[in-house]
Design a protein around this ligand. Structure first.
Ligand SMILES: Nc1ncnc2c1ncn2[C@@H]1O[C@H](COP(=O)(O)OP(=O)(O)O)[C@@H](O)[C@H]1O
Ligand SMILES: [Mg+2]
Length: 134
């Protein structure tokens, strides 16, 4: 799948989560996503970026604009070298948190995008890829 544009941002603290959210918003606007779609992808990005900082111990976000035929998509890849997610099915359950959250970040993000993929293993970090098509 051709990549039209790619940028990588650090995710180490709350401030960088804000910057990442702004970058996603800007890209979604630049590529003419509807306001509703902008809000969906930005909300999903915000949740996943916060998880990267809180649970992953920091990491990075790669934002890609991808082309597939006539479709344009925004692909976001969140990666960290943290502890990984031991039980993925449990982690993605509505309302389950290992911390003090609401447990709606992963499940909510999944519902807000068109594609959602997690690669993780205990001790080997976490990589979450989402795509929203325009
Ligand atoms: N990047 C990550 N690394 C390790 N564990 C994670 C990561 N992201 C999510 N998790 C685990 O998945 C759980 C559910 O995440 P989420 O649905 O966002 O809820 P919350 O952030 O409210 O805990 C977290 O409590 C945590 O245990
Ligand atoms: Mg969360």
């Amino acid at each position: 799948m051709p990549i039209q544009k790619s940028e990588t941002l650090p995710l180490r603290n709350d401030q960088e989560v804000v910057l990442a959210r702004q970058a996603v918003r800007r890209l979604a606007q630049e590529y003419k996503f509807s306001l509703v779609d902008q809000t969906k992808i930005v909300t999903a990005a915000s949740e996943l970026a916060r998880n990267t900082v809180i649970y992953g111990g920091g990491g990075e976000l790669t934002c890609e604009v991808v082309l597939e035929g006539v479709r344009t998509g925004l692909r976001l890849i969140f990666s960290d070298q943290g502890p990984g997610i031991p039980d993925l099915a449990l982690a993605i359950t509505d309302g389950w948190t290992s911390g003090n959250g609401l447990g709606l970040g992963l499940s909510g993000a999944k519902r807000l995008v068109n594609e959602f993929d997690i690669v993780t293993a205990p001790g080997a970090g976490t990589r979450i890829t989402i795509v929203r098509w325009r």
